[in-house]
Design a protein around this ligand. Structure first.
Ligand code: FMN
Length: 361
């Protein structure tokens, strides 16, 4: 039904507006008495074989919603009710900011892909902290980035301001240095810049949350050269990071069915969905070969089906995430992927998804 509605109506509407309206409707629906519980009952992963432990939490399933969909933690309860095992909110910046001028989000239906140059539009760390303080049960990761107007020289102070506010409310915290839409941000992936940044964020988390060590992760771009991926992996080991999220969107425009002039006319931005799948898997495999089981890996980029999720888990991911697959798949999509994953498990005669992690590595 969602596919029919999508082809009939949704694909003709502006992408960002559709997202805003659909998300608002979902939140309104879930606010109706009893409905969140009903959806949860129908859609939440309740097969014990799908349960997975990560970052000190028992998650009901390994598929989570990637950062960018719920930038301001407005709909965590509703998104969990659709069947995601966890939700990553953000990217949140220390200061509220409007993001780039619209239009800034585009569909490429022939590739089931998106291009976005949102530019971290968000209400800022204080507002996100307020909403997170009032959220209900369920695992929530918090993804932080740099405020656009802050110079690169002051980036560390900007990140630590967000970390201090948000770490106490996060089940895990992600340092996002990989979005292509904030000028200079991706330069922070170079290890000589990343080392002091991550060390400072670690210290800020420990100061803000002295009794509970908040798991700290870094999210990287698929466009990094292989040597740089290895360098980030080594740094993660050196700093005893808890996890790496691979990957963000790509600035590449290769392998698209959409005509080149149509793509070029959309302008700059990060490409997501199936076109990023192969590279995201390659990066994951490279990370696993380097860090083994010492750092938890979270796979994201082009995951559309239970097969895709299964492949990432077998390649070494403890958790998987998606954004674009959810946009094209609709509200029942997370439930469907978890169901397909459970079928994969049974076919492989495994009793727990944890037994599959890294099976192909
Ligand atoms: C419209 C849009 C906005 C995004 N915003 C963010 C963001 O704020 N922070 C972030 O770390 N990733 C962001 N992402 C990247 C996704 O979290 C994900 O890493 C990427 O899209 C690849 O996964 P996918 O192919 O499943 O979409 C965004 C992606 C899209 C499509």
């Amino acid at each position: 039904m969602y596919r029919f509605l999508y082809w009939l109506v949704l694909r003709r509407l502006p992408a960002e507006g559709t997202h805003r309206v659909a998300f608002a409707m979902l939140r309104a629906l879930v606010a109706l008495p009893g409905l969140a519980r009903l959806l949860q009952h129908l859609l939440a992963p309740n097969d014990p074989a799908l349960a997975v432990r990560a970052f000190g939490h028992a998650l009901p399933g390994p598929l989570g919603l990637a950062a960018g969909f719920d930038k301001d933690a407005k709909g965590v309860r509703a998104l969990l009710a659709l069947g995601f095992g966890f939700v990553e909110i953000g990217t949140v910046t220390a200061e509220a900011q409007p993001g780039n001028p619209k239009p800034r989000m585009f569909r490429l239906p022939r590739d089931r892909a998106l291009i976005n140059r949102m530019g971290f539009n968000n209400d800022g760390a204080v507002a996100a902290a307020h909403r997170l303080a009032h959220r209900g049960a369920g695992a929530v990761g918090v993804n932080i980035g740099k405020t656009k107007r802050v110079a690169e020289a002051d980036a560390i102070a900007d990140f630590t301001a967000s970390a201090q506010r948000l770490a106490p409310l996060a089940d895990y915290l992600v340092v996002n240095v990989s979005s292509p839409n904030t000028p200079g941000l991706r330069d922070l992936q170079a290890v000589d810049k990343l080392r002091p940044l991550l060390a400072a964020v670690r210290a800020a988390c420990d100061l803000a949350s002295p009794l509970r060590k908040v798991p700290l992760l870094v999210k990287i771009a698929p466009d990094l050269a292989d040597a740089d991926i290895d360098a980030v992996a080594d740094l993660a080991l050196e700093l005893a990071l808890d996890g790496i999220i691979a990957t963000n969107t790509t600035i590449a425009r290769t392998g698209l069915a959409t005509p080149g002039d149509t793509v070029a006319a959309l302008g700059a931005g990060g490409l997501s969905g199936p076109p990023v799948r192969d590279r995201a898997l390659e990066v994951l495999r490279r990370l696993r070969a380097r860090v083994g089981t010492r750092v938890t890996l979270v796979a994201v980029g082009g995951i559309e089906t239970g097969d895709d999720a299964w492949q990432r888990i077998r390649a070494g991911a403890t958790l998987v995430q998606a954004y674009t697959g959810f946009i094209y798949g609709g509200p029942a999509w997370p439930h469907k992927v978890h169901r397909e994953l459970a079928a994969k498990l049974r076919a492989a005669r495994l009793t727990s998804i944890e037994q599959a992690i890294g099976a192909d590595a």
